[in-house]
Design a protein around this ligand. Structure first.
Ligand SMILES: [Zn+2]
Ligand SMILES: [Zn+2]
Length: 142
C-alpha cells in the first residue's frame, strides 16, 4: 500500500466526519468513505479514526453501552442523546460553566476536561409519538 493511498484514506475519513452533523460511528464513517474509496476496509477506517483522535483533529464521544461516536467540533461542548432514535446533538453554550473539581484536585487527581451528556427525547421523536414513554417505562412493558 502506498503512502499516497494512506494519505487519501486519512483525508477521506477526516472529511467524512467533518461533513457529518450526526456524530457518526466508525461503521457509519466506513459506509460513507467506501462511497469514495470502494476498497477501503473497516480496519483502516478504525485506525485512521484513532490516529485523528490522537492528533486531536477529531474528538471521540464515548457513551456507556453504545458505539463510540466521532465528532469534528473541537471546541469543548456537551451533548444531548435521544434515547429513542440515538441521535446525538451538540449542546453548545457560550457560557459553558467550568465544573468545580476542587475535591478531586485536593485528592490528587489531575482533571483535564469534562463532558456532559443529557438524555431524553428529541423534537422529531416527540412529534412522532408524543405520549410514548422512554427509559424505565419502556423497559417495564417489554
Ligand atoms: Zn429522537
Ligand atoms: Zn459534538
Amino acid at each position: 500500500m502506498t503512502t499516497a493511498r494512506h494519505t487519501r484514506q486519512l483525508a477521506a475519513v477526516l472529511e467524512v466526519v467533518g461533513d457529518a452533523d450526526d456524530h457518526p460511528t466508525a461503521e457509519d464513517v466506513y459506509t460513507r468513505v467506501r462511497c469514495r474509496l470502494p476498497r477501503v476496509s473497516l480496519g483502516t477506517v478504525y485506525r485512521n479514526l484513532q490516529k485523528l483522535v490522537a492528533q486531536q483533529r477529531l474528538r471521540v464521544v464515548q457513551l456507556p453501552h453504545r458505539a463510540a461516536r466521532y465528532d469534528s467540533m473541537l471546541q469543548p461542548h456537551d451533548h444531548f442523546l435521544c434515547e429513542r432514535c440515538g441521535t446525538l446533538t451538540d449542546w453548545v453554550r457560550e457560557d459553558r460553566p467550568q465544573l468545580d473539581s476542587s475535591a478531586l484536585d485536593q485528592a490528587g487527581y489531575l482533571v483535564h476536561a469534562h463532558s456532559l451528556t443529557l438524555y431524553g427525547v428529541c423534537p422529531d421523536c416527540r412529534a412522532a409519538a408524543p405520549h410514548r414513554g422512554v427509559g424505565r417505562d419502556r423497559r417495564r412493558h417489554r
